[in-house]
Design a protein around this ligand. Structure first.
Ligand code: XMP
Length: 529
């Protein structure tokens, strides 16, 4: 049985580097992985593990602290996930969050009362004890609650550290041990001093020094990959984006020339993308790089198609066919590496419904189908985007690639509204390159999270010299967003828009009008299709 919580891809935990380790036991909270990331922000290695990891195994792993995550269950519910009761006797500091707090309190005889209604949202916390956990945190601060049950009758073994209006024991500590419970969620940004509180737990309570670096993670993942792969070959699908590039660079570091990369040129790429991939993974990292020129196959299949969902379906299908054919030509490859990140796992619904359901393994998160017959390697599956970027920098990938805006799998096809032809794609590609170049020149590329050009399926009247023209329209889109689920249109300075427009109209034949998209998501989406 793997130690890792089901969302993890690695075969098991290895604490070979004798580094400070905090384990988060997964009771099914959607924010469990976020806790691990908050701890890693303190430069302490942290990993999510099964909720029922035996105490004996935990002792072997020698963590500095344990965090019991929240979860959707009630501690009294049928089949409510329980930890090994021995964990409370290990002498390792424990922090229980929400459901985890109820487990902590119940372990020492406190009564848990079902909440009359679920409490959900921001509330004010008042601390009344100068415990190490609250060091540097004001007596009153805002916290985020999301719970049904709560602890009303605290047993004699605990002291209450803080309260909210409806929750008399919003933070507690066991009197004779470094065992804590929090009814609120310190891991979410809505909790004002949540980061500080977790930092206090990790450093003050668990005594960690914060010596872990992203390079240790690279070493750890490389070792896991090497052990898993042996002398086999691994195929990595490259898309030109950050996630697959970091995956490939990590694999190259781990297994060198046992790595083969496949990059499918579908004819729907951004300007120079193919050459950049060749430079990075053929010249810089000397991987066995297979660039498949499949433009014709894609464009033939897309001919005459204007419906966005049909475009996506066709592109997905042709991609699998092309990839499969190329992969077949690579001998002895049993593994396929994919750059799935943790947010992809969440969004795909693969890990949303608690420990019981996550036993199912949801490997195929929007990638290639399992029928390809490869074992999947997803070394970034527990990480968040900013951690992946840090890893990319550490692995020696150029800044330009590491900070590249996301680009949809169907590429320019969903930005070329209406019919897709090689000519229309070329118009769009050139316009997009100008938009990005001007954005970089204005030092705004990293201010917005995504920007691009869209070719509209309408033509409008213009004049050129003495003649009337009837030509294409380019729309410019630039948005600011934290998570791409919502987004605000970004007010690009007029002179930047002006330069983009002048260059596009002057240098791209067949375009006589440029418009700027001033809509936010929702109700619009970031892409136009
Ligand atoms: P929307 O348009 O839904 O986009 O607001 C949110 C984010 O998802 C990207 N996107 C896609 N990515 N395949 C992808 O791989 C797609 O079909 C797709 N559609 C949208 C979009 O670029 C943005 O970052």
């Amino acid at each position: 049985m793997s130690d890792i919580a089901p969302a993890g891809s690695s075969p098991g935990l290895v604490n070979t580097q004798d580094e400070e380790l905090i384990l988060v036991m997964d009771f099914g909270s959607q924010t469990a992985q976020l806790i691990t990331r908050r701890v890693r922000e303190q430069n302490v290695f942290c990993q999510l593990v099964r909720h029922d990891l035996p105490a004996s195994r935990i002792r072997e792993l020698n963590p500095k602290g344990l965090i019991l995550s929240g979860g959707p269950a009630s501690v009294y519910g049928d089949g409510a996930p329980q930890p090994d009761p021995e964990i409370f006797k290990l002498g390792i500091p424990i922090l229980g969050i929400c459901y985890g707090m109820q487990l902590v309190c119940r372990s020492q005889g406190s009564a848990i009362t079902p909440g009359e209604s679920r409490e959900f949202g921001r509330t004010t916390l008042r601390s009344h004890d100068l415990d190490a956990l609250f060091q540097g945190i004001p007596v009153e601060s805002t916290v985020w609650m999301s719970h049904g049950d709560q602890v009303n009758n605290l047993s004699e073994y605990f002291v209450s550290l803080a309260e909210t209006e409806t929750c008399p024991h919003a933070a507690v500590r066991q009197k004779d041990a470094a065992i804590y419970g929090l009814q609120f969620h310190p891991e979410v940004t809505h909790t004002e001093f949540g980061g500080r509180l977790l930092a206090n737990f990790v450093t003050q309570v668990c005594g960690c020094h914060g010596t872990w670096r992203i390079s240790s993670l690279i070493e750890r993942e490389s070792q896991i990959i090497r052990e898993r792969v042996g002398s086999d070959r691994v195929i990595c699908g490259l898309s030109g984006g950050v996630d697959s590039s970091v995956t490939a660079a990590l694999l190259y570091q781990a297994i060198g020339d046992q790595l083969s990369c496949i990059f499918v040129d579908n004819g729907l790429l951004r300007k120079d993308e193919r050459e950049e991939v060749r430079r990075e993974f053929g010249d810089h990292f000397k991987t066995d790089l297979h660039i498949v020129d499949a433009e014709k196959q894609f464009l033939d299949a897309l001919a005459g198609v204007t419906d966005p969902q049909k475009k996506r379906k066709i592109i997905g299908k042709v991609f699998i066919d092309v990839f499969r054919a190329e992969a077949k030509s690579i001998q002895d490859a049993h593994f396929l590496a994919q750059g799935t990140l943790y947010p992809d796992v969440i969004e795909s619904g693969a890990n949303v419904d608690g420990p019981a359901a996550t036993i199912k393994s949801h490997h195929n998160v929007g990638g290639l189908p399992e029928e390809l017959g490869f074992e999947l390697i997803e070394p970034l599956r527990d990480l968040f985007k900013d951690e992946v970027r840090r890893m990319g920098v550490e692995l020696g990938l150029p800044d330009k690639l590491v900070w590249r805006h996301p680009f949809p799998g169907p590429g320019l096809a969903v930005r070329c509204l209406g019919e897709i032809t090689a000519e229309r794609l070329e118009t769009l590609r050139e316009a997009d390159a100008i938009v990005i170049e001007e954005l970089r020149k204005a030092n705004l590329y990293r201010t917005v999270q995504q920007a691009f050009a869209v070719l509209l399926p309408i033509q409008s009247v213009g004049v050129m010299g003495d003649a009337r023209t009837y030509e294409d329209t380019i729309a410019i889109r630039a948005v600011q967003t934290d998570d791409f689920m919502t987004a605000d249109w970004y007010p690009l300075p007029h002179e930047v828009l002006g330069r983009m427009s002048t260059r596009i109209i002057n240098s791209i034949r067949g375009v006589n009008r440029v418009v700027y998209d001033v809509s936010s998501k929702p109700p619009s989406t970031i892409e136009w299709e």
